[in-house]
Design a protein around this ligand. Structure first.
Ligand SMILES: [Zn+2]
Length: 54
């Protein structure tokens, strides 16, 4: 599974088997929304509108 960031050009795939974890880490560190490549669509639901605890 390849994950892509909807806010910048980040994407997983460099660490086979670790894509999910690196995707979560990118989300936590940046607050960017991550989507898996197979489900990249023009979703309108703000499902990832939460910000990490400050
Ligand atoms: Zn990003």
């Amino acid at each position: 599974m390849v994950y892509t960031c909807t806010n910048c050009e980040w994407k997983s795939g460099e660490n086979a088997g670790d894509e999910g974890r690196t995707a979560i880490e990118h989300y936590i560190e940046t607050g960017h929304a991550i989507e898996s490549e197979s489900t990249v669509t023009e979703r309108t639901a703000p499902a990832t509108d939460e910000t990490p605890s400050e």
